[in-house]
Design a protein around this ligand. Structure first.
Ligand SMILES: [Zn+2]
Ligand SMILES: [Zn+2]
Length: 271
């Protein structure tokens, strides 16, 4: 959920309306400047790209196909369309790189005219490139690791360049594939913090069998996981409105640890 959540009068949302970023938060996405690679297209991606002054996108990578990560997929049309031909400006077209398991499901994202991807490819907005396990994009090696979640396919990506490694695990990462060699000792682990059990909106407490526990670790479990895989720095993303925490609360929490940060919109990190 975005912050401010529309119509919500809670203190976190009201503060975000007053102060804007970093108190305001939009959907989960990231951009790797080295190779102009965009990860995920939430509903707010058009304004995110404008706000961050991104000037070029060569590649698009999707972690999974849940609405909060693909609602803004039509951004490829906004970026590439030449209105004179309804086709893409040739120098703007985007390579969509996908693990095979996601490619098989991509056509399920549809408008009333059929699968979006069919139209986008026909007009030259995107060109699909599928991969199994790994793919090299410029100087970056990308490994896609599926999270075993039954019929749902969610991916963790490991980015490696010049001896540096980032593990990107933004959503639906339980059960985390912590035995995989690629996720060990990363310089940077980008991950959901999981459920905060206290201080939630409406004073809610998660029951032992609450459905969210099937998709999310708790914050403490996530910290323990990061310790087991010996992550260097940890960056928490995908921060939810109903956790009822302000940017200031996250900053205060960071200070209790030596190696964690909470992301905010427009944040830039170097690895
Ligand atoms: Zn709220
Ligand atoms: Zn998500």
């Amino acid at each position: 959920m975005v912050i401010p959540k529309p119509l919500c009068g809670c203190h976190v949302c009201e503060e975000a309306r007053r102060k804007g970023v970093p108190y305001e938060r939009t959907g989960p996405s990231a951009f790797i400047h080295d190779e102009n690679l965009l990860i995920d297209t939430p509903a707010e991606i058009v304004s995110q790209l404008n706000r961050s002054r991104i000037e070029r996108i060569d590649y698009l990578l999707l972690t999974h196909l849940d609405p909060d990560h693909v609602e803004g997929l039509r951004v490829v049309e906004h970026i590439t369309l030449d209105f004179r031909t309804w086709e893409a400006y040739p120098d703007k077209h985007i390579r969509l790189i996908l693990p095979e398991q996601l490619d098989n499901r991509l056509r399920n994202i549809r408008s009333v005219y059929g699968p979006l991807i069919d139209y986008y490819e026909k007009q030259g907005f995107v060109e699909r490139t599928c991969f199994r396990d790994t793919i090299e994009i410029g100087k970056i090696k990308i490994t896609g690791i599926p999270v075993d979640r039954g019929s749902q396919s969610s991916f963790i990506y490991v980015f490696e360049k010049e001896g540096r490694r980032t593990v990107y695990a933004s959503c639906d990462i339980k059960p985390f594939p912590e035995d995989r060699a690629e996720v060990q000792s990363a310089d940077l682990l980008v991950i959901q913090p999981g459920i905060f059990e206290e201080g939630l909106k409406h004073d809610f407490t998660y029951g032992k069998d609450h459905i969210s526990r099937t998709t999310l670790y708790t914050f403490e479990e996530t910290l323990a996981l990061a310790g087991r895989i010996e992550a260097g720095q940890i960056l928490f993303v995908h921060l939810e409105e109903y956790w009822s925490r302000s940017h200031d609360d996250y900053v205060a929490l960071e200070k209790k640890f030596s190696n964690i940060r909470f992301a905010y919109d427009g944040m830039r990190v170097s690895v």
